[in-house]
Design a binder for this molecule. Structure first.
Ligand code: GLN
Length: 198
């Protein structure tokens, strides 16, 4: 099992450490060639406007958009979630998106860095133990499409969602010390979503 981590900016190392702990091979993805042999992909948190620019300049944007549209599983956390959304509010006008997840997301929806917080989350379908949600200048999902499953909610807003093989959290599971979300992402049936079937 190979889960690539898009390594342009942000908390790449933290995702890699979680995948290492799960015994999953986690190569860095920096160019279109790095996408070749992957079973799944992670788009880390960081700064979505910066990652957006680097996706363009590295040539990764088109290749990534195509692989994800083909059914490659992807988990986007925080800035990564913004980069997956079909609609971004309060983004930069030139900010790009993979358009793979039918949500409207507002950047910095809770306010500035000072409004960063931690909250215990109830994970749908989990063992009942709360998941420690770490929210850092987090975005807010203001709308989710009908095809999107909501797996956790905080303060009336979805914070962990899934549309087939496309997963996104507005918080940082990679910073929580809890492996359950990565585990579920890795354990999903990766052959279930061929092109066009989600
Ligand atoms: N506010 C950042 C953005 O717009 C996301 C913050 C994060 O990833 N922790 O990209």
């Amino acid at each position: 099992m190979k889960v690539g981590v898009v390594a342009l900016q942000g908390d790449v190392r933290e995702h890699r450490e979680v995948l290492d702990a799960l015994g999953v091979d986690a190569p860095d993805v920096r160019s279109p060639e790095d996408l070749a042999a992957l079973d799944a992909l992670i788009l880390p948190g960081g700064e979505s406007t910066t990652i957006s620019q680097l996706l363009r300049s590295s040539g990764l944007l088109d290749a990534l958009t195509e692989r994800v549209a083909d059914g490659l599983a992807v988990l986007g956390t925080c800035a990564g979630a913004i980069l997956l959304a079909t609609e971004v509010l309060d983004g930069r006008p030139d900010q790009c998106s993979l358009g793979a997840l039918d949500v409207t997301v507002r950047r910095n929806g809770y306010g500035t860095q000072l409004q960063s917080f931690e909250a215990d989350l109830d994970l749908d379908g989990s063992d009942g133990r709360p998941f420690p949600g770490v929210f850092i200048r987090a975005p807010v999902f203001e709308r989710v499409g009908d095809a999107v499953d909501v797996l956790a909610v905080h303060d009336g807003h979805p914070v962990l969602v899934r549309q087939g093989p496309v997963w996104a959290s507005t918080f940082h599971p990679e910073l929580s010390g809890d492996l359950r979300i990565h585990q579920r992402f890795v354990d999903q049936d990766h052959n279930r979503y061929p092109k066009g079937e989600r």
